[in-house]
Design a protein around this ligand. Sequence first.
Ligand code: TRP
Length: 450
Amino acid sequence: MSEREHWGSRTGFILAAAGSAIGLGNIWKFPFITGMYGGAAFVLAYLICIALVGFPVMLIEFAIGRRTQRNPVGAFKALAPGTPWFMVGGLGVVAVFVILSYYSVVAGWTLGYIFAAISGAFHNLAEPSQAKDYFENFGADPFKTIICHLFFMALVSFVVIKGVKKGIEKWSKILMPLLLVILVVLMIRGLTLPGAEDGVNFLVKPDFSKLNGNTILVALGHAFFTLSLGMGAMITYGSYLSRKENLLSSAVIIVFLDTFIALMAGIAIFTAVFAHGLAPDGGPALIFHVLPTVFPHIPGGYFFGILFFLLLFIAAITSGISLLEVVIAYFTDEKGWSRKTAVIVFGGLVFLVGVPSALSTGPLADWKIFFGMTFFDFMDYMSFKYMLPLGGFLMCIFVGYYWGAKEFIDEIKSGNPAFSLRPVAAMVLITIAGILILITLVTGILGVGA
Ligand code: TRP
């Protein structure tokens, strides 16, 4: 077997992993769920979930990946031969089809919106109701949604086909700094709008009466999604790391960057929304219905409109890459496929699975075969609510009670000899994370947090 490809540098790895984590979850989802679930109180719940659950699970994934130097299925097979644990990795490979197929559709919308912004289409959108009509017309056009989805998958495949160093790492090193620059520009624009304080206050002054069980459930589900956890994406990226790398400090940096970017995106968006007296609780369509009506009113709005959708697109592409890489790693490691064949076959398959999602805002809008949800909503719901938390929960059990806290600590120590934690303490931390996930899952299944 040829030698496994590794990241070319620590910065390259951190940017690639941050690129995976920072995505539509940060710039599309975080702002709209914060708007729906009460602002600062939700932000606080989310930060706690990131610290207590997200961070340990990220370390667990990195440790499993680096120790085994394998894709998620191969990793569990190596650590637990002859047991059904490999199915946890299998769940991750399946999750790629569920997540990436609809993720690519939303990414496609952002692409369509870049063109709309360039063509000056937002200029005629004075009212949110007009922006809503615009979005509905766009979504209803199967040709547009499918072409945009196809284009996004083609770009993702183009990068992944080139491999870890020359594809994923190279593009992450270009795109992530660009993303940061665009976001800083947009945030400064937001903060200098008259009335911007209301937007900032919405994010930092908690109203605890808004905090309830459901808020916490959503915050926890989002912690998984935003950090790309629960399905082996971080196992895969960890598997391209060498023993010398410091896992702990890498995870700290990645979690910090992800959270920081989400908060910056929140500021950029809510300052604009509040400055125009619009409602923060617009739901999933917040940035598509509300923001286009803001741009025509602000100086330089034409330019900022283009930048905003470009920002979303960049964020989406580095995340899409990490999703596709999970299946590619599986087929190249376990089945001996060439990278090229695997990318063409599975990039194509994910595209096909995504077609019903691309049609869910148009011809298939009334096709509600799953619990009254469209295909698109069902894909989102299944992954965010069940698959990722389930994957994360099983990984906690695996490390805490099968592989063992001592091995886990040893893996963190490699590359960071000064690290010390007693196995009992690690067990306690892993168990707390596991219990929190379990509560979320059970309440979700019982319908409390629907
Ligand atoms: N974290 C990304 C976002 O915030 C989405 C993502 C990429 C993801 N890879 C993942 C989510 C793996 C779950 C699992 O948009």
